[in-house]
Design a protein around this ligand. Structure first.
Ligand code: ADP
Ligand code: MG
Length: 243
């Protein structure tokens, strides 16, 4: 079977700062893999290397069997199959929710206005903000804005989704609605690579949990193992701090 994502001996330096020091990991189609670890351990950099928002210094990245680190690859075509959701929602402030979810469909996928609108409404409904189509982000809560951002990614019909701490900027009472949407996506079989500090979500939804520290993977296994019965002292110290 072709992996949805495969990282082989991935290294990333920023100047003399070696942020990723040889990462090997895979995500299979339909899997949810959660990446946990302390701030500065390289989690965002790892995620950004998957769609070449950061170009690895060394090593290979494969998405659905295509080596995206090959200089000859059409990276825009690969990126179209990957949805990404950030901690900051990055919605256009001067557009309504509906327009935010339509724009890339029209510009990137060249869908017609009508088709883009139908797909936008479907996805806004799906994430529970269908009643907010006509308002700009400023009139939405953080949780609603993040769900619009998820709808925007889903409207592009991605094969896989990358989430970088999607709930970290939210007030605690708004976190649950976003996690519910992500859980639903997981249940529908979406392939997801999720950087998160939400240990409950990781434990219940992830097929695997990857603990990173200092630019390396320290542990990679099922949640019951990595979170429930960690084998490494560094994992125990981290979990002790966040749980
Ligand atoms: P995490 O997401 O686990 O908190 P990051 O991947 O954001 O970690 O960052 C890991 C390290 O890489 C940090 O020391 C950070 O300062 C550095 N870093 C990240 N992005 C850049 C960049 N674009 N330029 C220089 N240094 C960076
Ligand atoms: Mg980060």
């Amino acid at each position: 079977m072709t992996h949805a994502i495969e990282l082989r001996d991935l290294h990333k330096h920023f100047g003399r700062n070696e942020v990723l020091r040889g990462i090997d990991m895979t995500v299979d189609p339909g899997q949810v893999v959660c990446v946990i670890g302390p701030s500065g351990s390289g989690k965002s950099t790892l995620l950004r290397c998957v769609n070449l928002l950061e170009r690895p210094t060394r090593g290979k990245v494969f998405v659905e069997g295509v080596e995206v680190t090959d200089p000859d690859v059409d990276i825009d075509a690969v990126r179209r199959r990957i949805g990404m959701v950030f901690q900051q929602f990055n919605l256009f402030p001067h557009m309504t929710s509906l327009q935010n979810v339509m724009i890339a469909q029209q510009r990137v996928l060249k869908r017609g206005r009508r088709e883009a609108e139908v797909i936008a409404r479907e996805n806004l409904d799906k994430v529970g903000v269908g009643s907010k189509c006509d308002v700009p982000p400023s009139q939405l809560s953080g949780g609603q804005q993040q769900r619009v951002a998820i709808a925007r990614a889903l409207a592009m019909s991605p094969d896989l989704m990358l989430f970088d701490e999607p709930t970290s900027a939210l007030d605690p009472e708004l976190v649950g609605d976003v996690l519910t949407v992500m859980r639903k996506l997981a249940e529908e079989g979406m392939t997801m690579l999720v950087v998160t500090h939400e240990m409950g979500f990781a434990r219940e939804v992830a097929d695997r949990v990857v603990f990173m520290d200092g630019g390396v993977i320290v542990e990679d296994g099922v949640p019951a193992q990595v979170i429930g019965d960690p084998q490494h002292e560094r994992t125990r110290v981290f979990l002790h701090r966040v749980l």
